[in-house]
Write a protein that binds this ligand. Structure first.
Ligand code: SIN
Length: 286
């Protein structure tokens, strides 16, 4: 029997009683989907998924999202390995800046599924921040203004060719940068969730590089304010990984970041992503 245990005030719940490697019935998948909608990020302990099983489970949540720049593992084009080797001493890990996965795509992924294969003895937690709560905790005047704005998203600071030398120093990951990363994509600053309609801020430090119609020096202070506000500690849920854990998060409702605080130890995960819809603007003051 599936049960759901909330683990933080803002977002996050552990789902008990589901074996994600098994052939889940439709009712069980519906319960997991509902838990994800209710809690924005859900965790499962003690799972053992090989790449085929992870893909099969992921597809129960929806078709796969495109995965640009990051090379998939051999023979599994839907699975990327998120790995930081013990030998890496720089202060960075993949996903180490606050972001919503691939928000620079026209249709960013709805959900991401991360499975822990090897974890460090300390550190390497992932932190999520609720963007529906981030929106709700703004003043009515600020909410009103933000619902009229559109963010400019781009992978330029992550995956354009100027970043290849940086990626090449990361022994655990295989990333192929290219010029397409300089493209921009406009999304509403406040999106209505595709399934619940609940408004959420959709602006992040990694990929939101401007605001439509604003000069860069005008956009910067607002983006800096939003970067600070959207990641306030009370909006977050932090997960300390054990081998076998699976996290599923809703990129339409949360941002996340991984902590690079485990130098000297290896961390290895497999990630799949579920296709999403083009973000639709939330109407004013919902
Ligand atoms: C990611 O951003 O998808 C990676 C998160 C993590 O490794 O904790």
């Amino acid at each position: 029997m599936i049960t759901v245990e909330q683990v933080a005030g803002a977002c996050g719940a552990v789902v008990h009683g589901a074996d994600l490697a098994a052939d889940l019935d439709d009712a069980e998948v519906a319960q997991i989907r509902q838990a994800l909608l209710d809690h924005q990020v859900v965790f499962f302990r003690g799972q053992r998924l090989d790449p085929d099983q992870q893909v099969r489970f992921s597809r129960r949540l929806g078709p796969p999202s495109p995965v640009p720049f990051v090379q998939a593992i051999p023979e599994h084009p839907e699975v990327i390995a998120v790995v930081r080797e013990a030998t890496e001493t720089h202060g960075y890990t993949f996903g180490g800046l606050w972001h919503s996965d691939f928000s620079f795509l026209p249709e960013p992924p709805s959900a991401s599924i991360l499975h822990a294969l090897e974890v460090p003895p300390f550190g390497g937690d992932t932190v999520w921040a609720s963007q529906t709560l981030a929106y709700r905790t703004l003043s009515p005047a600020m909410r009103q203004m933000l619902t009229t704005l559109e963010g400019v998203h781009s992978a330029v600071n992550a995956y354009s060719p100027k970043m290849q030398a940086v990626h090449d120093t990361f022994a655990g990951m295989s990333v192929q940068t290219d010029e397409s990363a300089t493209r921009t994509q406009v999304h509403p600053a406040v999106r209505a969730h595709g399934e619940t309609g609940v408004p959420a801020l959709f602006v992040n430090a990694q990929y939101t590089v401007g605001l439509c119609g604003f000069a860069p020096h005008e956009a910067r202070p607002l983006l800096d304010f939003l970067a600070a506000h959207t990641t306030r500690t009370e909006l977050t849920c932090r997960w300390q990984w054990r081998v076998g854990d699976v996290a599923i998060w809703d990129n339409r409702a949360v941002q996340h970041m991984a902590m690079a605080d485990f130098t000297g130890h290896r961390r290895a995960m497999h990630r799949t992503t579920v296709a999403g819809e083009a973000p639709v603007a939330a109407s004013s003051l919902t």
